[in-house]
Design a protein. Structure first.
Length: 673
């Protein structure tokens, strides 16, 4: 009979909630509806209902709860039952480990292995981390479309699972006092599932507790920070605390006020965090160096991989990684930081995100979400230009009679303060503060809260395209061709044209995964057939993510975020129609391929000189679809004398973040950790 392991709530604390969708279709007001329904072989970015691992047994079973501590790896919940076999209707690479944790068999597609009677832990490479514990002989096989685990006779099987801890488990209240802020940030390490090098796997780094401002410091009793023996001594300032937050989290370190920033351990090791390039760069390099060397050291752990980077740096450093793996964290940190950063700098992975923050107490509430991404944090000094400028050479284009712009009126200016964060050595940039960023995403507290408030649901990926100017047919046609053309995911694509204010308000209020707007906006609202609709007037926005491909759409996009949306792409100034088509079509293709919003726009900016007029507002890490396999990547192909040089740039996602290891079969790639 089928046994749905998700039905026993392996993901109760970590699933995201999402609005349930009513039927949105109308026979009279849709230009067309194209629905493609196929059995999805991949889950989409956001969990639907409780993610489940379906399995079959040859006999009726009665699962009963069992102690999770009996599993070698951390699990959220576990059950046991008697059976002679488990069959998973999917391709799942399996690692078989003995009682000492040593790998005795690794089974991938079209492989099989048999092991004699003993105590085993089977690591199933599923999207929900799943482990099977059994004392028996076993045969494991993976064929064309399923995975079989068979025993000589009925035996007791324990199954445990660990879902992604991707939301705060508690809320810490802090005052604006910098010393209280240090104590509050110190709690972030409580979300770590382990303190050994395996924490470099994203599934073993949980979401830090939420922060909120209050009249006194209040830390819930449920929060227990690990005692790692590592301390960060920091000046008692908000700037110093914010910058150190990701490093403190990754180390599970305690934070203490001190005049000079440094890292110390209970073993007496001391490491300056001042550095020749200043405190912020020193903290950044320290985090990168520790994380990278953890990734190398963990090859001596549960997944003995032939890591390219290990072969590159091993001749350069005097470290016995095999011996170091089992040493305390304090000794690992000392061994890592005794190495000059310059020796490993070229091998450190390109970081996903740098977040620039205005160091005010109110902005602390966004820190847990940034730290969850293991982003580099920098403080911003001063403001940037007074307004975003049109690229040189294009000013005259806006005055031509035959050129279409996406502005709703001749004068759409609004008084705003802009900031231009300094570029960093990461793939993406973000900004936390009141100013409008140029060249970086604008993070907001509302966006992160909206993401947590969604109710999970099953169904197709819903995409709504609205074209409110007949002259912009080209982009609508491209969007119509791109969205939903993947055979491995189910889509529901709706195209609407020439909407009234009431019609558009209904579209924005209806639950929709992605909203692509083609038309005109200004600071007063979206231009419709009968006037303008201000997004601020839509009390509850059901749209998750969006692209407002119109002039000056920043304020309308921000209003969508404030009223319920999670993230979207907007413009800061007037844009030319031809450039908007280029950026819109490029972004559509990237989103459809599984790139997150922020990464999709970062790449699309390069296709047009008007790319600098676009930014992301809200949570730019969200994706509309899941990549078909692996992580989204971009190939840079250069012709050489003897062929071509190919550079692969990968873009991390929230599901597949820094440190991920993918178990691959010949047909699928699934996240291991």
């Amino acid at each position: 009979m089928p046994v749905s392991l998700g039905a026993i709530s392996f993901c109760t604390s970590c699933t995201q909630r999402r609005h349930k969708r009513p039927d949105r279709r109308s026979d009279t007001d849709e230009r067309h509806v194209r629905t493609t329904r196929r059995e999805a072989r991949n889950q989409r970015h956001r969990p639907r209902r409780a993610p489940a691992l379906p399995a079959r047994t040859p006999e009726s079973v009665s699962p009963r709860p069992v102690d999770t501590d009996s599993f070698r790896f951390p699990v959220s919940q576990a059950v046991a039952f008697e059976t002679s076999s488990l069959v998973l209707p999917t391709i799942v690479p399996v690692y078989v480990r003995d009682a000492d944790g040593e790998t005795v068999a690794e089974v991938k597609q079209f492989e099989q292995a048999s092991v004699p009677t003993e105590s085993y832990s089977l690591d199933l490479c599923t999207r929900i981390k799943t482990y099977v514990r059994v004392e028996s002989a076993a045969q494991v096989s993976v064929d064309m479309d399923q995975t079989r685990i068979e025993f000589p006779e009925p035996t007791t099987v324990a199954v445990g699972a660990r879902s992604r801890h991707d939301r705060p488990a508690a809320t810490v209240t802090t005052t604006t006092d910098p010393t209280d802020m240090l104590t509050a940030i110190e709690t972030f390490g409580s979300a770590l599932k382990t303190t050994d090098p395996e924490r470099s796997y994203p599934t073993l780094r949980g979401h830090p507790p939420a922060l909120e401002l209050g009249d006194e410091l209040d830390i819930p009793e449920s929060i227990e920070r690990p005692e790692t023996g590592v301390t960060l001594e920091l000046p008692p300032t908000l700037s110093a605390a914010f910058v150190a937050a990701p490093l403190s989290y990754y180390l599970g370190a305690s934070l203490e006020p001190a005049p000079t920033p440094r890292l110390t351990t209970d073993d007496g090791f001391e490491y300056s965090l001042s550095g020749p390039d200043g405190y912020e760069r020193a903290v950044e390099r320290t985090l990168k160096q520790l994380f990278f060397l953890d990734c190398v050291t963990r090859t001596e752990g549960y997944y003995e991989l032939d890591l390219h980077e290990r072969g590159e740096i091993e001749p350069l450093v005097d470290i016995d990684f095999a011996a170091l793996y089992d040493r305390p964290l304090t000794e690992q940190v000392e061994a890592y930081l005794d190495i000059p950063y310059e020796l490993v700098a070229d091998h450190v992975p390109e970081w996903r995100l740098t977040t620039h923050i205005d160091p005010t107490a109110e902005n602390a509430e966004q820190l847990p979400f940034v730290v969850d991404d293991l982003a580099i944090v920098r403080t911003q000094q001063g403001t940037g230009p007074s307004e975003p400028t049109v690229p040189a050479g294009l000013e005259a284009e806006f005055t031509r009679d035959d050129v279409i712009t996406r502005s709703a009126s001749a004068d759409t200016s609004a008084e705003s303060e802009y900031v231009e964060p300094q570029s960093a050595d990461t793939l993406e940039q973000a900004w936390i503060g009141d100013s409008i960023p140029i060249g970086a995403s604008k993070l907001t507290t509302d966006a992160f809260r909206n993401r947590l408030d969604r109710e999970e649901t099953a169904g197709d990926i819903s995409i709504t395209v609205v074209q409110n100017d007949a002259r912009m047919e080209q982009e609508r046609q491209i969007a119509d061709e791109v969205y939903g053309n993947r055979a491995d995911l189910p889509f529901d694509v709706t195209v609407r044209e020439n909407l009234t204010t009431d019609d558009l308000a209904d579209v924005l209020a209806a639950p929709t995964d992605f909203f692509h707007y083609i038309g005109h906006t200004d600071h007063e609202g979206f231009t419709c057939e009968d006037g303008k609709l201000d997004a601020a007037s839509v009390d509850t926005v059901g749209v998750d993510t969006f692209l407002l491909n119109a002039c000056n759409s920043y304020h309308q996009g921000l209003a969508l975020i404030e009223n319920g949306a999670i993230g979207g792409i907007v413009t800061l100034n007037e844009i030319l129609n031809d450039d908007a088509v280029e950026i819109g079509s490029s972004t559509a293709r990237l989103l459809n391929s599984g790139f997150p919003l922020r990464a999709a726009l970062t790449i699309s900016r390069e296709v047009s000189p008007m790319g600098g007029q676009y930014i992301v507002v809200g949570d730019g890490g969200i994706t509309v679809t899941q990549p078909a396999s692996g992580t989204p990547n971009l190939l840079d192909i250069t012709e050489c004398d003897e062929g071509y040089e190919v550079e692969i740039v990968t873009y991390a996602t929230d599901d597949r973040g820094l440190g991920v290891y993918l178990c691959r079969s010949s047909r699928t790639g699934t996240t291991t950790s």
